[in-house]
Write a protein that binds this ligand. Structure first.
Ligand SMILES: [Zn+2]
Length: 153
């Protein structure tokens, strides 16, 4: 759906920074992005607060994402996944009984990674590509390309 909204169905390199800055504010009412200095976020690259419609990205990661770094681009896409998938309702649905375990696909981290992978490596475009091409042309790491490629085939 996002690929359609943004008219990027034929674009290998998804403009994730542009999307977060210019498109998300239009489709998520009240959305805001906070770029935090490294000292304020020593142990993570980003964090999302779905109830507040807020995404925080660490400054160095955001700057790398602007430059096209694959890991940083994926980090931003992962946080977008948290914002769009894990709304307040789904969080309460995920509340577990004692002794109960989340299924893999119910894990919010798995979901956000899956979302990021789909967004940055659009299946109809990558299905006949090899991993090196995917990594280079979609602006992702080889590891991310490998995972997406093995899911797609
Ligand atoms: Zn996460």
């Amino acid at each position: 759906m996002i690929r359609q909204i943004t008219g990027t169905e034929n674009t290998l390199y998804f403009p994730i920074v542009h999307f977060v800055e210019c498109v998300l504010p239009q489709i998520v009412d009240g959305f805001f992005l906070e770029i935090l200095p490294k000292e304020a976020m020593p142990n993570k690259c980003g964090e999302t607060f779905p109830a507040e419609k807020k995404i925080q990205i660490r400054e160095d990661i955001y700057e790398l994402a602007i430059k096209g770094d694959g890991f940083a681009r994926f980090s931003v896409a992962h946080e977008v996944g948290h914002l769009l998938i894990n709304d307040v309702d789904s969080i309460s649905l995920c509340r577990l009984e004692p002794g109960e375990k989340l299924k893999t696909y119910e894990d919010p981290e798995w979901q956000a990674d899956a979302f990021g992978g789909e967004l940055l490596m659009y299946y109809p475009l990558i299905r006949s590509m090899d991993e090196d091409d995917i990594a280079e042309q979609c602006g992702v790491t080889h590891r991310a390309a490998h995972i997406q490629n093995s899911k797609a085939k």
